[in-house]
Design a binder for this molecule. Structure first.
Ligand code: FO1
Length: 337
């Protein structure tokens, strides 16, 4: 089975780990080759700090599936040391609010050097994954620079002449990590996305998929951003593959992260149904938690209620299995039509 998944950071990576574990126990259909998973990763969280290009969502998928992730954090490396970070602090090198571990820095040094030599991000990611062997093909959504920036009130500046509060734009990482998404986002902008193209292989991965899966990643700054790369949403709407998603919201709250702050910023209710609505133009099936089964869903989206807490590998594998089962039902129906 060829599965293409759109993934953001921690939640997406954890889901993918469960998906691979589930596929280990799901023999390919007769005549099919081995299962193949292609991951289209969000790159708009990317940031340049201390002269290094950092790709948090790509690294979280690579480390999680490659066995190097810090398991509790869901980002950065296991067994980290912070010698370089301590030295940077001693120099007063800003910013101090984004902690880079020594092992993680090696990833950013290799990436920054290759980008500087002219390699596209997709080639850099392939090179880094050659070491980590994540068991999936990890594609950046685009090789072009895209960065999420957040417009927030600027308490230090005078109000505008019309009296409206002064605002400023900060990089998503500053809003997310330093401000804990506590400053209300007046706007969330993916800077550069209109000029961006899907990375090589991305559109083919969508068109050639047997199943397209949306893990429970942030619907605004992860999945939403991937969908906003010109050409990607159209490809998902056009693919013959059933598209099945897993709600990142359980009972009106995000399982982790701060998807609620992001949804509020775009005027969307924090609910499983409201997120499904964001994908209504292509979504075939939607997994929600048992308590959310009653909520009104967009038309012709097949709903399944399953426990959605990714408490451990087996629980996550069961969610992934339910998503694939739903996709096969949908494929069977459309084949039947
Ligand atoms: N998140 C934090 O809350 N604090 C940090 O200091 C931090 C450092 C960091 C370094 C590398 C990296 O790949 C991720 C890091 N993150 C940190 C997480 C990051 O902000 C998020 O994983 C994503 O951007 C959101 O999905």
């Amino acid at each position: 089975m060829r599965i293409t998944a759109l993934a953001g950071g921690v939640g997406g990576a954890r889901f993918l780990r469960g998906l691979l574990h589930h596929l280990d126990s799901r023999p390919p259909a007769a005549g099919d080759g081995p299962h193949e998973v292609i991951v289209i990763g969000n790159t708009a969280d990317d940031v340049t700090l201390h002269g290094l290009r950092i790709c948090p969502d790509l690294d979280t998928v690579m480390y999680t599936l490659g066995g190097g992730i810090h398991p509790e954090q869901g980002w950065g490396r296991a067994g980290e040391t912070f010698g370089v970070a301590a030295e940077l602090e001693a120099y007063g090198a800003e910013p101090q609010w984004f902690t880079l571990g020594d092992r993680d820095i090696a990833t950013h040094l290799v990436r920054t050097r290759m980008l500087g030599l002219g390699y596209p991000l997709s080639a850099v990611t392939e090179a880094l994954c050659a070491r980590w062997q994540p068991g999936v093909r990890l594609l950046p959504m685009s090789d072009d620079p895209i960065e999420t920036h957040v417009v927030i009130d600027d308490p230090d500046a005078d109000p505008a002449p019309d009296g409206s509060p002064a605002v400023k734009a900060v990089h998503f990482q500053e809003w997310w990590v330093r401000l804990h998404a506590a400053a209300p986002a007046r706007q969330i902008l993916a800077v550069g996305i209109d000029q961006a193209k899907p990375a090589p292989g991305v559109l083919d991965a969508i068109a050639g998929a047997d199943v397209v899966v949306l893990p429970p990643s942030n619907p605004v700054v992860s999945i939403g951003t991937i969908l906003a790369v010109p050409g990607i949403r159209d490809a998902i709407r056009a693919t013959r593959a059933p598209v099945v998603g897993v709600s990142p919201i359980i009972g009106g709250a995000p399982v982790r992260g701060m998807a609620d702050a992001c949804l509020t910023a775009i005027g969307v209710e924090t609910s499983a149904a409201a997120v499904a609505d964001l994908y209504a133009d292509f979504l075939g099936g939607w997994l929600v938690a048992p308590g959310d089964h009653g909520s009104v869903m967009p038309d012709d989206v097949a709903l399944r209620a399953v426990p959605l807490l990714m408490t451990d590998l087996e629980a996550t594998a069961a969610i992934a299995g339910a998503a694939l089962d739903l996709a096969q039902e949908l494929a069977g129906e459309s084949a039947g039509r």
